[in-house]
Design a binder for this molecule. Sequence first.
Ligand code: ZN
Length: 245
Amino acid sequence: MTDNRMTLGEARELIRKCHRIVGFTGAGISTESGIPDFRSPGGIWATNRTIQYAEFIHDRESRIEYWRQKVAIWPEMRKAQPNAGHRAFVDLERRGQLAALITQNIDGLHQRAGNTNVLELHGTTTEVECLTCHARISMDEAVERINSGSPAPECDHCGGFLKPATVMFGQAMPAIAMQSATEACQKCELLLAVGSSLAVYPAASLPELAKRSGAALFIINRTPTPLDSIADLSSATRSARCCRN
Ligand code: ZN
């Protein structure tokens, strides 16, 4: 496995030529955009109570607390701008090389950068959805309603509970996005994973699936990941290595 190493030059050449690339991104691609790491010590998720989906459904006080946390972080999310990492995926799409862009992020920055085929595995925090009729409004509108005295806003159409269109703890992954992502990974030639620790399942099983289906796997992340040992190129290993067969 260590005999046939892929050099950075070879990796660049593969990216240049490849026409079925699938991107897979996590929080690391957005940190330079100023999206705070909510899970870090002192981060909002470390100091605030985690609300499970079932609590949100059954308890108004939990809904109020959940929305309070969302409103607190929204100004930072809202002002974040896409960075060079996001723009690199836009370039790939414009050159017709990007089959799909799978993201674990909820910040909407890939779309704001200009990508159109984004599969959001954990939903988006830029929109709010009614849990009953699935009507959507913008997060800006929801925050305005909360600030105007409605701490757990309800749907104008049916009175159902409004919730950010993200996947909460205890809530299932969006089936259509997951299905499309699975198919994209089975058909791609290169899976380019950027800024993900590849530790959160089932999302992290997708790069593994791409590799098993015959694609090359490149991993760019600040820290080692569980998939570095099967990657053709990994930024966390001391030297770029290849296990192409
Ligand atoms: Zn509704």
